[in-house]
Ligand binder design. Structure first.
Ligand code: C2E
Ligand code: CA
Ligand code: CA
Length: 656
């Protein structure tokens, strides 16, 4: 009670005889408990807020909490010290102890503050170690020096009559030294921080130093704690400000990588559920019902985990595996709830579920892996990533690095690119007089790689063009050898991508490569699929017209798989239409399908296109196609793709 009433009286009437550290007469100093009480309260509030909002209880977090605890102890010790000094003489040892605790805690606050800054300022480990050892030695030495100065009556001491003498204060010297070090570090390493952080750190420290200076000039000791606390407040705002996305309640993606890294290091397994919903973020801002539904889902299902937001529309929920003992049930329940919501709102989605794994070496790979899985998923489906998916991902990552290397080397004879070919049967000459060139890769770590594993990857990363030219060059070389060896081969067709056509130099490159290999232009044909865009269509048309003048024939590949715009197909003078295997399968399903496919075939035939059927596997496939105006037949029935170097053996054994 006595303490409380004293505190109240100190708040209302700041006691004139309570003093900070100095040699000046006691009565000249003023003290108010406002500063210490404010710091005490603020630190407690900050501890609660930071613990609640900070996702990663990492080293920086622990340092921050330590600083806040030191501040709390310092403010309490100061209050007791100041209260005690109202009754000088009565609590001599107590006064000494509280004063020492207060100074020690405040000095340690600055030390931990510097310790905290060492990471964002990218201080080298050896510099950090030296700084930390030196400053710790200084603090310990100061405790002894302070006590020693008290004994000598040079520093803080109390006379027999009860008068307090502040004397020389080693702690002020230490404060000046450490603060100078902080300013030095911030200014020296200003280029290692974003501008806002630099100005934030500099500003808060300047204000703190100014408060202490003003306080000293006005002989007041009330705001020492506040001055030490202000830079800490700066840290909280600069490095720990609210990471939540206001709309989704999700944490920003940068924390995700940190958490994945930590999970790998500490060998903790986390379950990750990624949900990619088309246009979700935008809809959440405009559709109130959706927002309510989402919050409800969030409240029920996102209790044990952390939700991350990857702009624009991906949310990833992570939760510790150990947490969910009935994990499958938890996931199942979440998916059930999700499916209910999906029924109401019908937003298209792809859900990927996976666990963190020691096989995943980089934290950034998790997102790549989820995206990789999504590529082969239909809309509105759920996929659980398995070990073989992870292996597939790393394989594709490896293939991509090799593709990049191939594209960069620009070697038209690159040994990693192989040409296979599939002979094509000509029904009118009853012989194999054409073939299709098909690309394969042979890579050091994987051996033979098939097109489905690298063509989409090469196209997505714009690495296809150089490979197309390598295939063209190698095909020309093989054709030349065949011709020189006296084999009758009418032409070999090479597959090109729509992306190839976009190159201004396309026609020139094709022409040069064929010419350099010294074979007639008509020995090469180009296979191309329908283009989606208007722009590509016009480009394709122009390129085809130009190269056809040289005698190069053009095949429309995979007819029946795209959206088959007849108007456009007719506008380009293709020589051969390749009916995709799917049309053949369709035709054998029912009479009406057969009628449809054969009508297409008849129509093209009337318009003087030649028709090639792909994917002939059986006798019945063959007879079906023969009845549908086929001129060329290609498929496993005749030959699987073979290395182009083996084509002459095939031709020798299959000549009529
Ligand atoms: P595509 O152009 O339609 O090639 C025909 C594919 O069908 C080949 O697959 C071939 O092996 C396969 N095939 C042949 N006969 C049969 C059969 O009787 N039944 C079945 N089910 N399939 C058969 P491949 O070699 O794996 O090539 C796949 C795709 O990769 C090609 O489809 C083509 O789109 C692309 N591709 C291959 N080589 C190249 C290339 O050099 N450049 C470009 N841009 N794409 C290529
Ligand atoms: Ca083809
Ligand atoms: Ca095809």
């Amino acid at each position: 009670m006595q303490v409380l009433s004293l505190l109240t009286s100190m708040l209302v009437h700041p006691p004139e005889h309570v003093f900070p550290e100095s040699d000046a007469p006691v009565s000249a100093y003023r003290f108010s408990a406002v500063g210490d009480i404010a710091v005490f309260g603020l630190c407690i509030v900050m501890m609660i807020l930071v613990s609640q909002t900070h996702v990663h209880k990492d080293r920086q977090f622990r340092t921050l909490i330590t600083i806040l605890i030191l501040n709390v102890i310092a403010s309490v010790a100061d209050l007791f010290y100041q209260l005690g000094s109202l009754h000088p003489g009565s609590h001599l040892l107590g006064l000494l102890v509280f004063r020492l605790i207060r100074h020690y805690c405040l000095t340690m606050t600055i030390l931990f503050y510097t310790l905290y800054l060492q990471q964002p300022l990218w201080l080298r480990t050896d510099v950090r170690r030296r700084y930390n050892i030196l400053s710790s030695v200084l603090v310990i030495a100061s405790i002894f020096i302070d006590l020693f100065l008290s004994i000598l009556h040079v520093g803080f001491y109390i006379t027999d009559s009860g008068t307090i003498h502040a004397g020389f204060n080693i702690w002020i010297a230490l404060y000046v030294l450490f603060t100078a070090a902080i300013f030095y570090l911030i200014i020296k390493h200003r280029n290692r921080m974003i501008r806002q952080v630099f100005w934030g750190l500099l500003g808060t420290n300047l204000v703190a130093a100014a408060i202490l200076l003003m306080q000293g000039l006005h002989r007041n000791g009330s705001f020492t704690g506040v001055a030490y606390f202000l830079p800490v407040l700066g840290l909280i705002f600069l490095f720990h400000s609210n990471p939540y996305d206001i709309d989704t309640g999700a944490v920003s993606d940068s924390y995700f990588y940190q958490e994945m890294k930590e999970a790998t290091e500490k060998r903790r397994t986390l379950v990750l559920m990624s949900c990619n919903m088309v246009n979700f973020t935008k809809l959440l801002k405009t559709d109130k019902d959706l927002k309510m539904e989402f919050y409800q889902f969030f409240r029920v299902n996102v209790r044990h985990g952390v939700l991350y937001h990857f702009p624009p529309d991906r949310l990833i929920l992570s939760f510790p595996k150990a947490y969910a003992t009935q994990q499958d049930r938890l996931i199942e329940k979440m998916l059930e709830d999700f499916s209910e919501s999906h029924k109401r709102f019908g937003i298209d989605f792809k859900i990927v579920i996976m666990e963190t794994s020691p096989d995943i070496t980089h934290s950034g790979d998790y997102l790549w892996m989820i995206e990789y899985a999504e590529q082969s998923m239909p809309m509105n489906s759920i996929h659980r990533i398995s070990d073989s998916d992870i292996r597939g991902f790393y394989k594709s990552d490896y293939i991509l690095s090799e593709l990049e290397d191939i594209a960069q080397k620009k070697d038209l004879d690159d040994e990693r690119v192989l040409v296979y070919c599939q002979p094509v049967f000509n029904l009118s000459t009853k012989s194999y007089d054409t073939a299709e060139a098909l690309m394969r890769l042979t890579l050091p770590n994987t051996g033979l790689v098939y097109p489905d594993q690298f063509i989409p990857l090469a196209e997505q990363n714009n690495l296809i063009h150089n490979m197309s030219m390598i295939i063209l060059n190698k095909t020309c070389g093989a054709v030349r050898t065949l011709l020189e060896d006296g084999y009758e081969i009418k032409r070999v067709s090479v597959n090109f991508s729509t992306l190839d056509m976009r190159y201004e130099s396309f026609c020139q490159e094709v022409q040069q490569i064929i010419a350099r290999n010294q074979i007639p232009y008509e020995k090469i044909a180009i296979e191309i699929t329908e283009s989606r865009s208007e722009q590509d269509f016009h480009l394709m048309k122009a390129r085809i017209m130009e190269l056809q003048k040289l005698g190069i024939k053009f095949y429309l590949d995979d007819f029946g798989t795209g959206y088959s715009n007849f108007e456009r197909i007719m506008e380009i003078p293709f020589d051969i239409i390749k009916f995709d295997r799917s049309l053949l399968i369709e035709a054998s399903k029912s009479d009406s399908s057969y009628y449809m496919v054969s009508t297409f075939a008849k129509m093209f035939n009337k318009l003087e296109y030649s028709i090639l059927f792909e994917g002939i596997e059986t006798e019945s496939d063959e007879s079906c196609c023969v009845n549908m105006c086929a001129k060329y037949l290609q498929g496993y029935k005749y030959s699987k793709p073979i290395p182009i170097e083996e084509l002459h053996t095939f031709l020798r054994h299959n000549s009529v």
